[in-house]
Each structure stands twice: as C-alpha cells, then as structure tokens.
Design a protein around this ligand. Structure first.
Ligand code: NAD
Length: 507
C-alpha cells in the first residue's frame, strides 16, 4: 500500500462517515427526505463489494412530489434575471471547488474510478457551472429576421421543469453537464442518478441548497430506473428529459414519454473507432489509443474501443501496444499510481469478463488480459485486455463492452478503414491519425459519427457540440446547443405598417 493511498483512505473516512452513516436521502423542495415508501436499497463499493450505505428508494409518489416542487419553483426562476442566475451558478461552482476533494474521494469508492482522473472530473464539474453561469444572461437571445413588410425576431424561453437521468460512469461530472445548462436557461430540475452510484448526486443537491438556489429548482430522487425512472419520464409536469445511458434505455424512455410528447435529448452508447494510418505520428497515436480505452476503466462512452490499424504497420504497432497494455497498473482507486480501478458492479464485471470467451469462440486472440486482476480480493478488478486478429463482424467488434477492453482490426486502405469504421450501429465518436491533411478531411467527412478527433485524444471544448449519430444519441450538448434543448424558440412577427390584409365578408 503506498503512502498516498493510506493518506487518501484517512482523508476519505470523515467524508464517508458523514454521507454514509444514516440513509442517503432524496432532496425534494430544497430539503432532504426519505420518501413516501421509506424503503431503502443497499449501495456497495466496487473495491470489495461491501456495503457503503443504505439509500432511500424512491417511488412514483416521490417523483410526483419532486416534479410538482419543480413546477411550483419554475415561474419565479424563469423570471429571475440572467445576472441573478449567473451569480448563483458561480456560487455553486465555488462550493464544488471547495468540496472537490470530498467529491473526488467519494466518487472513487462509489464507482471504482481512479483518483488520478476524478480530481480532474471534480474541477471540470465546476467549470461546467462557470461556463453556463457566464452564458445565462444571453440564454434568451435570438435572431432578427426582417422581411419586406415585417420584422421577425426570435427569443428563447425556458421549456419548464426537466428530468435529468444519469448513468454511473463519472456520475458527478455528467450530472453537472446537464443540470448547469438547465438552471442557466431558467428551467427547474428533477434529477435521477444511477442506482449503482448515488453518493455524489446527494452532494450536488446539498451544494445547490448551500449556494442558496431557491427551493424546488434542484430536486433529487434516488432509486431504480424501472420505477422512479419510468415515473419521471411519464410525469405530466416534466417537459423534457435529458438522458445519458444505454441505447436500449433511450428507446424505452422515448416510448414512455411519447404520450406526453416529451422532448428528449439522448447521449447513448458507442463503439468508437481509432483509425491509425501508416503515415501517422505512431508514438503519439499509440499513447492516445491506449489512453482513450484504458482511462476511466474503459467505462467511457467516447472510449476508442476499436483500433483499426493499417496492415503495413499492424504487426509492429500491435507488438508495442501489447507491451504497454501488459504494464497498465490495476489497483485501488484511491492510489495515485493506479491506472485502472475496479469495475462498477459485479454484474458489469461479469458482462465485461464474458467477452473473453466470446472473443475466443469467434476466432480472435486474447493477446493480453481477459482475466481477474491478482490485486482483486473481493473487488471487481480486471486486467487491461487486448483482443487481436479480430474481424468487424465479431461481437467484440460490434457490441459496447464498456470496460478496459480493446479490439484490434487490421485494414488495407482508406476505403476499407471508412467501411469498417462505419460498420456498427453506433456513431458517437471517431479518432483518426494521419499526417496527410487531405486524407484527414476525407475520412473525418466520411465517418458517420457526431464527433471526430484528428491526431488527438478526446479533448472537450465546452462551446463545441457533443453528441452522437445513429444509435449513439439524439441532440447535442455544449454551448448554445444546450440552451436549444432546454428552451423553446419563440418567433415574434411585427408589421412595419399598412401591408395588405385579405378581406373576407366584405359586402
Ligand atoms: P443505463 O441506461 O442502464 O442507465 C442510465 C440511467 O437510466 C440510470 O439512472 C437508470 O436507473 C435509468 N433507467 C434505466 N431504465 C430506465 C427507464 N426505463 N426509464 C427511465 N430511466 C431508466 O446506463 P448505465 O449502464 O447506467 O450507463 C452506461 C451507458 O451510458 C453506456 O451505454 C454508455 O455508453 C452510456 N453513456 C453515454 C454517454 C454519452 O455522452 N453518449 C456518456 C456516458 C455514458
């Protein structure tokens, strides 16, 4: 055990005691509560699958109360000036920074994500609030669209109370990515976090309250998708659902919300290619390919889970890759040395592990890993895994594994790289490595994905659009795109003068 791990475990204790002793509550109408049913469920840590805490198990009645609280709070908040919204969102960002260590440490033991990345995720969460805080005063801005006899101008108005449903990978950061723009736009929120990672959602609700956000604007209901998730997507007070999670859940939510014509924004799964051409800066490409699949335990929607390598450099590239993958350090998530922590839950661990046998039976090679890490004890630790000799039609090349597992597929030329790149039902992200500018443009244009990075790993720029094509999503986050989702565009048309009005019923 390293000194730093010891130190982190020591620092974690008081935070853990404060939040995990007693029952982790909902926040409804600005106050913590245990909910109508008073039922609870157990939250475990992936480090050893022992119990971390009991969590209030929400019900449709809690969703009803939370949605009505959001509905009641909405009219005042939509009238609040952009400046007032800006100030309060900055205050939330300040408090996230102040509680950054607590957020990062708790996120690690709740999700298994490593401290080396969760510190940055807490900082990024504050940045999300600051970014949208600064844009709150201009959220309602629109266009002037003059015609010969009329002036048309547009404004945007907040859509109303919105439901935010988030997954368990980097849950705190993802929640802020949705809740900050919704509040900046003038909406109120009911948040349902994933049942496997409930801890930091409570901290965010506490921070909203501490920052003085008026009651009812940020409600939190803990619980399961099949009851509170369903109830939220069906509730008539909720005007839109911002959802991050699996594609199959997105389909269900669309059907559940159909009766109330809910607006939906979906950020879903991915099976993203990283394409390495023979003329690439190969060492940099290697670093980026490794980083984009093995960071965040591979539990990352934008992970580069398919490596497409040009056949002329394939063997040399894959030999170097395998050597590096063998060296990746699996360990306790609070140890700064750790590169891969435990997977979120035993159910997910079993799913990820099952792909070793699937790879073998499909005829691929398990070049590295595919095994429980020796560090493991009772936890969900898996070794970084590399499948080679794969074809695009294999399940390991088609299905989102959502773990530290990379599938390598060789290709001959540009046309085949594009064909394989697009040969999946997903279309979230694509990465490509080449020094040929023309080829970079052609391939970026030809890949069916919402986001392409050329000669780069995933670098997020907050004003730029984030989202997927095909089964990877509907809509975009980021900058003004977020406001477009949380707001209605209204057109006002004013006559300049006495233009002709058709007359009916004139004698
Ligand atoms: P999931 O779809 O199982 O669950 C996500 C959330 O939906 C949870 O809060 C869950 O309780 C809730 N839910 C489940 N069924 C529901 C229902 N019928 N109605 C309403 N809510 C319901 O996803 P997960 O396993 O928690 O997360 C992993 C998935 O998230 C992966 O597919 C990953 O790619 C995706 N993801 C996508 C992005 C992106 O930006 N595209 C980002 C992060 C994660």
């Amino acid at each position: 055990m390293t000194d730093m791990l010891n130190e982190h475990l020591k620092r974690l204790k008081p935070y853990q005691k404060r939040i995990c002793d007693g029952i982790l509550p909902h926040y409804i109408g600005g106050a913590p509560c245990l909910g109508a049913s008073e039922q609870t469920f157990e939250n475990i840590t992936p480090v050893d699958n022992s119990k971390l805490c009991d969590v209030a198990r929400g019900s449709a009645r809690d969703i009803d109360r939370a949605s009505k609280a959001a509905e009641a709070a909405f009219p005042e908040w939509r009238k609040a000036s952009g400046k007032a919204r800006k100030q309060i969102l900055h205050k939330i960002a300040d408090l996230i920074v102040a509680r950054g260590e607590e957020i990062a440490l708790l996120e690690c033991i709740d999700t298994g994500q490593t401290i080396r990345f969760m510190k940055a995720a807490a900082e990024r969460s504050a940045a999300n609030y600051r970014y949208f805080a600064d844009r709150a005063p201009e959220a309602g801005d629109g266009l002037a669209l003059p015609s010969e006899e009329h002036m048309n101008y547009t404004t945007r108005i907040p859509i109303g109370p919105v439901g935010v449903i988030t997954p368990w990978n980097t849950p705190f950061m993802l929640s802020t990515w949705k809740i900050a723009p919704a509040l900046a736009a003038g909406c109120s929120v009911v948040h349902k976090p994933a049942e496997w990672s409930p801890l930091t959602a409570t901290i965010l609700a506490e921070i909203s309250q501490e920052a003085g956000l008026p009651e009812g604007l940020h409600n939190l209901v803990q619980g399961f998708g099949e009851d509170v998730g369903v109830a939220l997507t069906e509730h008539e007070a909720i005007k839109a659902i911002a959802f991050v999670g699996e594609s199959s859940t997105g389909s269900k939510i669309m059907a559940q919300g159909a009766l109330g014509l809910k607006r939906v924004h979906f950020e879903l799964g991915g099976k993203n290619p990283v394409i390495v051409f023979e003329d690439a800066a190969l060492e940099r490409a290697l670093d980026a390919a490794i980083f984009m699949i093995y960071s965040l335990n591979g539990e990352r929607c934008t992970s580069s889970s398919r490596l497409l390598v040009q056949r002329s450099i394939h063997d040399e590239f894959v030999t170097k890759l395998a050597k590096r993958v063998r060296n990746i350090r699996v360990g306790h998530p609070l140890d700064p040395e750790t590169e891969i922590g435990p997977l979120i839950h035993p159910v997910h661990f079993d799913k990820v592990m099952s792909y070793r046998d699937i790879a073998r039976s499909d005829g691929a090679t398990v070049a590295v890993g595919g095994s429980r890490a020796s560090f493991s004890g009772e936890g969900n630790f898996i070794n970084a895994t590399l499948f080679t000799d794969a074809r695009s039609d294999m399940r390991i090349a088609q299905e989102e594994i959502f773990g530290p597992v990379l599938t390598v597929i060789p290709f001959e030329d540009e046309a085949e790289a594009i064909q394989i790149g697009n040969d999946v039902r997903y279309g979230l992200a694509g990465y490509l490595w080449t020094r040929d500018v023309g080829k970079a443009h052609r391939v970026a244009h030809a890949l069916d994905a919402g986001m392409i990075w050329v000669n780069s790993q995933n670098i997020r720029h907050l004003p730029s659009p984030f989202g997927g094509a095909k089964m990877s999503g509907i809509g975009r986050d980021g900058g003004d795109y977020s406001f477009d989702f949380y707001m209605e565009t209204k057109n006002v048309c004013i006559a300049f003068g006495d233009h002709r009005i058709p007359q009916l019923g004139v004698a």
